[in-house]
Design a binder for this molecule. Structure first.
Ligand SMILES: N[C@@H](CCC(=O)N[C@@H](CSC=O)C(=O)NCC(=O)O)C(=O)O
Length: 305
């Protein structure tokens, strides 16, 4: 005898009405819907793609968004395909949005660009230096333009939070700490936690922001966490870091961020996970706990815009 499980057909109705979005891929996943869209970005001056997961609850309710920012060399697809996040997001009624990691096809990237510069390495900042400054405005893109596009086209609640991996963990810490009234929670996997003192961070910041380190302060979590705040403004931060991560000591500097949080009296949960490296196997192993961290914080917040 053949059995057929009911697929969540009503989610097919949760589609953007705007011509600004072109759906380039769609799959039923974990009882929800994973899609990729292309759109023209004004902030970046190029076409961009992003991935979105809609949980089944999005059929008839506004759902909070958890933003995911990916690391060097990634596109919008790595997290959605490798992290195994859809099942818990479906369970907790969370919309996941994953932007690309940089502008694309701007004509200024080169095949010779190092890992930490150009395509796939936008560092979620607004570049001020030539030749990058016209297109490399990822901070504006992920905190302003894309959230507005998502708000206009999907059933999103006001509540949102942010997480990421490596360069994207840095982005999540920077966005979350700079916009403390926007995000309910922050989490990161192996973030570049002290970019001003690490080779990739220093090289990227020099190229995008200029050689003077005082120009980098707005993008360094160790600096941002020191900014004065009342205890009520402290957003909970969860960081997981593999202790077998080859980048830990030279590029990521989790201990520097722990020390900065301690000296600022900022609440941080930093967990070292024995034997884990820098890969998506590590992310997939702990993504459920991160999603619960976000869902718990989001469930405490008011739901209206
Ligand atoms: N061997 C990798 C090196 C780059 C890498 O490890 N990228 C990470 C993020 S690192 C920090 O921002 C990553 O997420 N890669 C994509 C993946 O799916 O694993 C390479 O050359 O890709």
């Amino acid at each position: 005898m053949t059995e057929r499980n009911a697929v969540p057909l009503p989610l097919q109705d949760v589609t953007p009405t705007s011509d600004a979005l072109e759906c380039i891929e769609a799959h039923v996943s974990a009882g929800g819907s994973y899609r990729r869209y292309r759109h023209a970005s004004k902030a970046l001056g190029c076409d961009m793609t992003f991935g979105i997961f809609l949980p089944p609850q999005a059929v008839d309710a506004l759902c909070p968004v958890v933003w995911w920012l990916s690391g060097l060399t990634c596109t919008d697809e790595n997290f959605m395909q490798k992290a195994g996040a859809h099942r818990v997001a479906a369970e907790r009624g969370i919309i996941l949005v994953c932007p690309d990691t940089s502008p694309r096809d701007t004509g200024i990237e080169s095949d010779d660009d190092p890992l930490y510069l150009g395509a796939g390495a936008g560092f979620y900042l607004n570049a001020t230096q030539a030749p990058w400054q016209a297109h490399y405005r990822m901070f504006d893109y992920v905190t302003e333009e894309l959230p507005e596009l998502i708000r206009q086209n999907f059933p999103v609640a006001k509540r949102c939070s942010i997480m990421g991996h490596s360069m994207g963990g840095l982005g999540a810490l920077v966005c979350g700490l700079r916009l403390r009234d926007r995000y309910c929670a922050i989490s990161a996997f192996a973030p570049m936690a002290h970019p001003s003192s690490a080779p990739w961070g220093q090289a990227a910041f020099s190229a995008y922001l200029g050689n003077d380190p005082t120009l980098w302060l707005d993008y360094d979590p160790c600096v941002l966490v020191q900014e004065e705040l009342s205890p009520a403004d402290a957003i909970p931060i969860l960081i997981d870091q593999g202790d077998a991560d080859p980048y830990l000591d030279e590029q990521l500097c989790a201990e520097d961020f722990r020390d900065a949080c301690l000296s600022a009296n900022y609440p941080l949960t930093l967990r070292y996970q024995a034997g884990y490296d820098h890969s998506y196997f590590f992310v997939a192993s702990f993504i459920e706990e991160h999603l619960h961290h976000h869902a718990d914080a989001l469930s405490k917040e008011d739901d209206t815009f």
